[in-house]
Design a protein around this ligand. Structure first.
Ligand code: HSE
Length: 459
């Protein structure tokens, strides 16, 4: 590819919603600055939308309903896609890339499902494929992983990458509200969509986890490879239990490289309040990276919103346009490592288990026996009276009752790390014990300071 001799770079925009309209605004308002940075003017040549009449702020001669016609126009250099979803966008972007047009997209679902096909099409034609806005909105996170950390070995990425669920969990923690009440508040304030499924069931975060894992570990991870659990089952009691052990509950996207394999998962977890991710509240996002040489890094900011996401889109657009001007191209996705995916059952996690039990002699031994049978080591045990008072107080008061007392209590157990399948089987077996009246809550525990070496980063 040769330079373009300072000719304007022509940009086609697909979709003009919350983010797209901000891209149009910034392209117009910052035209001179952008031209100076790129080395040539950025010229918006078309905006494909479904209903042109809904976009009075866009010059009418730019609006079209013919997205396929727009992406195949000879004069288009860069296609910016802000429509979302898999079809018809996949076909449009593959057509554009195969024709040598660079693509800037925020489409996490498409990248997590078929990023390999997009990257291959870009590779064949020499076009650029940039997608910084697809993960954590305004936060520059993909370029740092792909470029700044290219000489390091990332061993773990743990992110709060969904603002809606972080808002809900933060509201539950600060007010004691239950999930339904917090979801209702999130909807009222415009954080949760009318159908919140993509956010609360973890689909959005799983797509982002797939993208993060692919870049961090130089391999291909799709959304189907990501174990996914949402936040619908998180209770006010779980939040209170987390508080009681100095933790807070977050929906985490966790990507790890362990022994030459990749584990990628999204699930709620307790993390210590001292962990940097614990202080990320409301609709904010943050991504915490552990790398062998760099150590721990944290990226924080707004993960959604029109201007915020448009900032990331514009950054990519400037990069793609600069490459056109100088006649080069940006770094390709590197998937050379081609690592296997670890099943969730084989991933090592820690559990916090709260059990409602009969408070009588031998119950703790039985419960501990079930953990032992499954090879799960217990880290801490605490007993509370059913009304929440500490067990020690109960013991003092019950001294005269003898061993046959049959009060009710809650046993709170935190395990050491073990294969997730062993932990799940342990909980299953516990429900079969006569002395166990019910499982009051089960949540994974993360961030208790596993050293980088344990994660396979340094030997
Ligand atoms: N719905 C997402 C969130 C933003 O709540 O963070 C777009 O990925």
């Amino acid at each position: 590819m040769v330079g373009n001799d300072g000719r304007p770079i022509s940009v086609a925009l697909l979709g003009c919603g919350v983010v797209g309209s901000q891209v149009v605004r910034l392209l117009t308002e910052q035209a001179d600055e952008l031209a100076a940075r790129v080395g040539a003017p950025l010229r918006l040549v078309g905006v494909a939308v479904r209903r042109p009449q809904r976009h009075p702020d866009v010059p009418a001669d730019l609006l079209t309903t013919d997205a396929a016609g727009l992406v195949t126009r000879d004069d288009v250099d860069v296609v910016v896609e802000l429509v979302g979803g898999i079809e018809p966008v996949r076909g449009l972007l593959l057509t554009a890339l195969k024709a040598g047009k660079s693509v800037v997209t925020a489409n996490k679902a498409l990248l997590a499902e078929d990023g390999a096909a997009l990257a291959a099409a870009a590779g064949e034609s020499g076009a650029d494929l940039y997608y910084e806005a697809s993960v954590a909105g305004a936060i520059p996170i993909l370029r740092p992983i792909q470029q700044s950390l290219a000489g390091d070995r990332v061993v773990r990425v743990a992110g709060i990458v969904n603002g809606t669920t972080n808002f809900i969990l933060s509201a539950m923690a600060s007010s004691g509200a239950n999930y339904a009440e917090a979801l209702e508040e999130a909807g009222r304030l415009g954080y949760a969509e009318a159908d919140p499924t993509a956010d609360v069931d973890g689909y959005d975060a799983a797509s982002k986890a797939a993208i993060l894992a692919s870049l961090a570990f130089h391999t291909r991870v799709t959304a189907d490879d990501v174990h996914r659990e949402g936040i619908r089952d998180v209770t006010a009691a779980d939040i209170a239990a987390a508080k009681a052990i100095g933790c807070t509950v977050k929906l985490l996207a966790i990507c790890e490289q362990v022994d030459g394999s990749v584990s990628a998962r999204v699930h709620p977890a307790m993390i210590p309040r001292s962990h940097p991710l614990a202080s990320v509240s409301g609709a904010y996002n943050a991504v915490f990276i552990e790398a062998a040489a760099a150590g721990q890094l944290m990226f924080y900011g707004q993960g959604a919103g029109g201007p915020q996401t448009a900032s990331a889109v514009l950054g990519d657009l400037v990069a793609a346009a600069r490459n056109r001007v100088i006649g080069g191209r940006g770094p390709r996705d590197s998937a050379h490592a081609d690592l296997p995916i670890v099943a969730m059952g084989d991933t090592r996690t820690r559990y916090h288990v709260a059990l409602d039990v009969a408070d009588r002699a031998g119950v703790l031994a039985q419960v501990a026996g079930v953990f032992a049978e499954h090879g799960v080591s217990i880290a801490t045990v605490r007993q509370e009276g059913r009304n929440g008072q500490a067990a020690e107080d109960d013991r003092v008061r019950d001294e005269g009752d003898g061993a046959q007392g049959s009060r009710d209590a809650t046993l709170v157990i935190v395990t050491h790390s073990a294969p997730d399948a062993a932990l799940a089987a342990t909980v299953d077996a516990l429900t079969g014990l006569d002395a166990v009246q019910g499982v009051a809550g089960v949540l994974r525990v993360e961030g208790l300071g596993r050293p980088v070496t344990e994660l396979g980063g340094v030997t």
